[in-house]
Design a protein around this ligand. Structure first.
Ligand code: HEM
Length: 423
């Protein structure tokens, strides 16, 4: 944020005197890149090459006609109504994870909420995809493998000069083997499902039954594995970090917890939330939105200019790397009053109408906006509601919680918490 104060919302420089780089927190320029002239801005090498080598060629990592074809095929499955079948699956995962957490609190007083939410989000995405036939050991392998792969991708981003060493020391080969093993687990899940005749309301069912408009055919097994693997990569760590930051904020704002609980009593009394209830849990939704504003897990995005371009006098030569700085946008004083304050009221319906479209982008914007946005909102609302019915958390004395901007925005070393005395 100091950079923005010093240079304004857009800052251009040359990397090593060669490649031009633009960092921008200007909502108008970001809208130009992601929406108005999006055809001229491709995804960077990080997503299309580095990530796709291990995470496969799914929606997040492909481009052009193939991306368009896949997005058209998969998008209907993520419409709100379609996701309603996932509420019961999510509720059952959340309740079992909370049982485990309660058991943990019997043995230890302090937990790392970042790790707990990582496990919660992993289980939610895993069971939402494969509601049946998920052996605990397979899921554990899947989770460990995906974490290993993500760590390796991060290493390459942070220390690109070591890439030759990673090749020579066999780390690439090892990561390739991990990716192959991961794909095999997913393939086994798909094979098992193909042998089933029952009706399922999970994402795998949606992927298996989706048909291309022109051919009337479904996806091949390779495509199914690619797309499900991408859901894990894109929808696990993001949601986990968002939830961890939400607990961090709530622990400092008991008055907000109080309001959520009032809403729970009013809307649900003692029953579990249904899909229709989610819309009525509007304050809880505002809390989610405000948390994603202050700590957007996708804190930065990346694009590359495919041809020379210009925006309001700013030259954007072909090959320029552009980084929309979402964290910065979300804290611009011109758009957000007292931007560093946690204030869910700013997302009240009547206050959001006049807000400029690209001043709030936790899920990106334009045609490549997150396909999982409704999934993530639903998951976060359900986790918050079900948890607060059973417990809430207090921060323990520790060194300051420092945001660590890796691929997603996480807290360095996690966030330590204990159970609040009065749940
Ligand atoms: C709080 C949670 C989440 C956040 C903050 C988030 C954020 C984002 C952002 C910013 C993008 C755009 C990336 C770009 O344009 O470069 C994106 C894309 C994507 N997200 Fe999410 N996401 C979340 C949860 C999920 C979930 C739960 C899923 C799936 C179950 C998911 C699946 C995807 C996919 C497949 C894409 C690529 C879409 C495309 O390019 O067509 N995300 N996400």
């Amino acid at each position: 944020m100091e950079g923005i104060a010093e240079h304004g919302p857009t800052y251009a420089s040359y990397l090593g005197g060669a490649e031009r780089i633009i960092y921008t927190a200007d909502p108008e320029l970001i809208q130009y890149i992601l929406q108005k002239n999006q055809k001229n801005f491709g995804k960077s090498r990080l997503q299309t090459k580095v990530l796709s080598r291990f995470a496969g060629k799914g929606l997040l990592t492909v481009e052009g006609d193939y991306w368009r074809q896949q997005r058209r095929l998969i998008q209907p499955g993520f419409h709100k109504e379609k996701l309603s079948g996932l509420v019961d699956i999510m509720l059952s995962v959340i309740d079992s994870q909370l049982d485990l957490l309660e058991a943990k609190f019997e043995k230890q007083s302090v937990i790392n909420i970042s790790e707990e939410m990582m496990e919660m989000a992993f289980q939610i995405v895993a069971k939402s995809l494969f509601s049946t036939h998920t052996e605990a050991q397979d899921l554990k392998d899947l989770s460990d493998n995906i974490t290993d792969i993500q760590r390796f991708v991060i290493k390459q981003v942070r220390q690109p000069f070591k890439i030759p060493w990673y090749y020579l020391s066999g780390q690439f080969r090892q990561a390739d083997q991990t990716a192959t093993h991961t794909r095999k687990i997913l393939q086994d899940f798909i094979d098992l499902r193909r042998q089933e005749t029952g009706e399922y309301h999970d994402l795998l069912d949606m992927l298996l039954s989706a048909r291309y408009e022109d051919t009337g055919k479904g996806m091949t097994d390779t495509q199914l594995v690619d797309e499900s693997l991408i859901f894990f990569s894109a929808g696990h760590e993001t949601s986990a970090n968002a939830l961890a930051w939400t607990w961090y904020l709530l622990a400092q704002h008991p008055e907000v917890i109080h309001k959520i609980k009032e809403e729970i009593t009013e809307v649900l009394a003692d029953r579990p939330p249904s899909f229709m209830d989610l819309r009525r849990l509007s304050y809880t939704m505002q809390v989610v939105q405000e948390s994603l504003r202050l700590y957007p897990p996708a804190w930065i995005m990346d694009r590359i200019a495919l041809a020379d371009d210009e925006f309001k006098g700013l030259k954007i030569p072909k090959g320029t790397m552009i980084f929309p700085f979402i964290y910065g946008v979300h804290r611009l004083p011109d758009y957000w009053k007292n931007p560093d304050d946690f204030n869910p009221d700013r997302f009240e319906k009547n206050l959001t109408k006049d807000r400029s479209a690209f001043s709030y982008l936790p899920f990106g914007g334009g045609p490549r906006m997150c396909i999982g946005v409704n999934f993530a909102y639903m998951e976060m609302q359900l986790v918050i509601v079900q948890t607060l019915r059973r417990m809430s958390f207090e921060l323990v004395d520790q060194e300051a919680v420092i945001p660590q901007p890796l691929i997603t925005l996480r807290a360095a070393g996690g966030i330590k918490m204990k159970k609040a005395n009065k749940a």
